[in-house]
Design a binder for this molecule. Structure first.
Ligand SMILES: Nc1ncnc2c1ncn2[C@@H]1O[C@H](COP(=O)(O)OP(=O)(O)O)[C@@H](O)[C@H]1O
Ligand SMILES: [Mg+2]
Length: 252
């Protein structure tokens, strides 16, 4: 699933948080975005995922203009995001959180409950199997029946990825997946991302942890003050003088 952003822009009052950003994630690509705090990275994700409407510019998914589609419609087309601060249901277990993230179950509608009990059962069994597979894949078995509020920061990030996976996405937008995650889990999470990418799932990843990101992605885009100031393979981009000034010399 290819994603093309063209001249996306968003201002808050007079302040331009995202300023004419254009970039592409090719089908099955693994692309990174870095930049100092306040550069506009999370705002860009909200524009791409449909949580905010852009002032200008377009979002194109597999050739279709989706700029005006609602977030859930974008998710149904196969593109989902995670949040910088995980949004788990603290009182539900890991397994229940994952079940709740499976979209469009017929049992959720009155019509489904009355008319199609057999179909609802089949769907629930399929969803439970998907949840079990995801728990095993992310090695969350030891905490599967633990309330999500009791997980470590790293485990919450894994659960956030798991919740995204329940929608069967073709493209996942990850907002700082490694923030607050211990180094061992960063490696585990990176391995999961690589494995999913090998299955054809594309990724666009915002990250502050430069070494972890540069080991993972093919291309990175550097954002500073709302704009993309450099793009390309990590080694070339990190050698760029403007990037060193904006990012490495700044708050990083
Ligand atoms: N809802 C909002 N209202 C006003 N300003 C906002 C809002 N969200 C973000 N901003 C501002 O937009 C800029 C970019 O924020 P953000 O996209 O979160 O940056 P990043 O994710 O790169 O750290 C920041 O200056 C931030 O304060
Ligand atoms: Mg952010």
């Amino acid at each position: 699933m290819s994603l093309v952003l063209a001249d996306l822009a968003k201002s808050w009052g007079g302040f331009c948080a995202v300023d004419a950003v254009s970039l592409t994630v090719p089908k099955g690509g693994l692309v990174g975005i870095i930049g100092p705090n306040g550069a506009g990275k999370s705002t860009l994700f909200s524009l791409v995922s449909g949580f905010l409407a852009p002032d200008a510019g377009s979002v194109t998914l597999d050739g279709a203009d989706i700029t005006r589609l609602a977030a859930h419609e974008r998710a149904r087309r196969g593109m989902v995001r995670t949040f910088q601060v995980p949004r788990e249901f603290a009182h539900l277990t890991v397994r229940e959180n994952l079940m709740a993230a499976v979209p469009g179950q017929s049992g959720e509608t009155l019509r489904g409950l009355f008319l199609r009990p057999a179909m609802v059962r089949v769907e629930e069994q399929a969803a439970a199997a998907r949840v079990a597979d995801t728990i095993a894949f992310l090695r969350l078995d030891p905490v599967a029946d633990t309330p999500a509020g009791k997980l470590s920061g790293g485990q919450k990030k894994l659960l956030e990825l798991g919740r995204a996976l329940m929608t069967d996405p073709a493209l996942i937008l990850l907002d700082e997946p490694f923030a607050g995650v211990n180094p061992v889990l960063v490696e585990a999470l990176s391995a999961h991302i690589r494995a999913l990418n090998a299955r054809g799932i594309g990724f666009l990843i915002i990250e502050h942890d430069l070494p972890a990101l540069t080991r993972l992605v093919g291309d990175i885009h550097v954002m500073d003050r709302g704009r993309v100031i450099a793009s390309g393979p990590p080694a070339a981009v990190l050698a760029d003088a403007a990037v060193r000034e904006a990012y490495l010399g700044g708050s990083a």
